[in-house]
Ligand binder design. Structure first.
Ligand SMILES: Nc1ncnc2c1ncn2[C@@H]1O[C@H](COP(=O)(O)OP(=O)(O)OP(=O)(O)O)[C@@H](O)[C@H]1O
Length: 489
């Protein structure tokens, strides 16, 4: 089954280390410390864990509200978060290797050159030949140094290319490709133009020497000459156009590289935890919802109006609500406005950050049902950030349990709920409130997870390991064996 699932978002080793203090007192809060997961089309993927474990920060880093401290993320297969540091390091290593290979090559050439100097003395009669060879190899050697120098420049460009396509256009492979194409064309076109110019010059000479007595022959030759001149002119024009086309292609490459990410990121939207704080009180509902459209270049008021009305209808509000202000609405309605604001740009993926925790219990189900309808009717994929496990159980397909910036258990929802393995997941599940008051009364103090008491990582640290299909747990070998047994029971 897993091979059919289409990947929407893939996060690899994502990190968000917040800097605290400065100078000697500088410290890092590793809010997100190397999380990896994949979200597939049409599913609800939940991120759960207690307050402060890094759920919100993970969501905000993915949607690029924060610059990541490390790791990568791919959205619809395109890289949206790059590990600039890792790329820089890798590139430096590559360049170092390439450079030492070039230096070796250059040294060999140098040696060969020296040998030839001796040869030159020994075989005076072959001076010309050796001189030519010497020149050739000297040039080759210079070329090697020139390339090494160019690579140094290239290295400088590549180092931050992930950050800014505008500044580092030259480091993109497409840039090199385009230039190569036009360089090759330029060589051919120049050759053709030179040849035609030469032919035209010769035909002019021939024409000047030609006797004008035989008028017909002369006229014909003149016509042929003019045709040749025209052809030569066209070839020169074509050569100039080649340069213009190169510039055009390079600037559209630059435009695409800069805007591609923007267009793609439009397909990812976030719904925020607090519907009061996230809506600007001075803007009408219409302005709030239309803002995303305007940012994305929509200008036609009629189109904007229609889209706002559609979005309001989808979330169960009416067009008349468009002219009102957020304070005129209840909490549940405000969250609907927040959802309409996300929906209006037709996203394929929504990060819903605790969208119901600020709402009255009575309206939570309505908002969850609305999100569920969106998933079913519009095929929207949802990353649901929550600490309320009872909602997660009802609402999600897959989930990841986070503890202090790390994922401790991840996989299929039913597998995790039926067979929770990591002690932290167990303690989270044990704290789900039960609808039975007698049970709640007798429950007593719930067991709190304490890593020191639960694991012995003195000999071997934990890694995320697959216990059964689509069920991974953070564990070391010893724990792995225990979980494996538990899974096959
Ligand atoms: N902008 C920030 N600057 C510095 N530290 C931050 C910032 N945002 C969050 N943190 C810290 O990062 C850690 C993770 O916070 P985060 O809000 O991601 O957790 P959470 O699991 O979403 O919690 P909650 O459920 O309360 O929203 C916390 O220690 C928090 O104090």
């Amino acid at each position: 089954m897993s091979e059919k699932r289409e990947e929407i978002l893939r996060v690899e080793n994502l990190k968000q280390h917040f800097k605290l203090g400065s100078g000697r007192n500088k410290m890092y809060n590793k809010a997100v410390d190397g999380v990896s997961f994949t979200i597939y089309k049409g599913e609800v993927f939940s991120l759960v864990g207690e307050s402060g474990c890094g759920k919100t920060t993970t969501g905000r880093t993915i949607i690029k509200l924060y610059n990541s401290s490390g790791g990568e993320a791919f959205f619809h297969g395109t890289r949206i978060v790059s590990d600039v540091k890792a790329a820089k390091k890798q590139h430096k290593e590559n360049m170092k290797r390439a450079k030492s290979a070039k230096i070796e090559e250059a040294e060999k050439l140098q040696e060969a050159l020296e040998n030839q100097v001796i040869n030159k003395e020994l075989h005076a009669e072959k001076t010309d030949e050796i001189n030519a060879q010497y020149e050739k190899e000297k040039n080759a050697s210079l070329e090697v140094f020139r390339l090494a120098k160019r690579d140094k420049k290239f290295e400088k460009n590549v180092s931050d290319h992930a950050v800014d396509a505008k500044k580092n256009l030259k480091s993109f492979p497409e840039y090199v490709e385009i230039n190569k194409k036009y360089d090759d064309l330029k060589v051919d076109l120049k050759k053709e133009a030179d040849q035609l110019k030469e032919e035209a010059a010769q035909s002019k000479k021939a024409l000047a020497e030609m006797s004008k007595e035989n008028k017909d022959v002369y006229q014909q030759a003149k016509k042929a000459h003019q045709a040749l001149v025209e052809k030569a002119d066209n070839a020169v024009k074509e050569l100039k156009l080649n340069g213009i086309r190169r510039k055009q292609d390079l600037s559209s490459l630059q435009y695409n590289l800069i805007h591609e990410n923007k267009l793609l990121m439009r397909r990812m939207q976030m719904i925020f935890q607090d519907p009061i704080a996230s809506l600007n009180p001075r803007m009408t509902v219409k302005e709030i919802i239309a803002e995303g459209l305007r940012i994305n270049g929509y200008k036609n008021e009629k189109v904007i109006d229609d889209k706002v009305k559609d979005a309001l209808k989808t979330v169960g509000l009416v067009p008349e609500h468009a002219s009102r202000y957020p304070h005129e609405f209840s909490g549940g309605q405000r969250q609907r406005i927040g959802i309409a604001r996300a929906l209006v740009v037709e996203p394929s993926f929504i990060i819903a950050d605790e969208p119901i925790s600020a709402l009255d219990v009575s309206i939570r189900a309505q908002v969850i049902n609305l999100l569920n309808d969106l998933r079913e009717e519009k095929g929207i994929t949802i990353m649901f950030i929550a600490h309320d496990l009872s909602v997660v159980k009802y609402f999600s397909d897959r989930l990841a349990v986070m503890y202090f910036g790390k994922i401790v258990e991840i996989g299929n929802k039913d597998k995790i709920f039926d067979n929770p393995m990591h002690p932290y997941t167990l303690s989270l599940m044990a704290s789900i409130p039960q609808p039975d008051p007698l049970f709640e009364q007798q429950r007593g103090k719930t067991h709190r997870y304490s890593p020191q008491d639960e694991h012995d990582y003195s000999k071997e640290g934990p890694t995320l390991r697959e216990i059964e299909e689509d069920h991974f747990v953070l564990c070391n070998t010893e724990e792995y064996k225990k979980y494996k047994k538990q899974a096959t029971k």
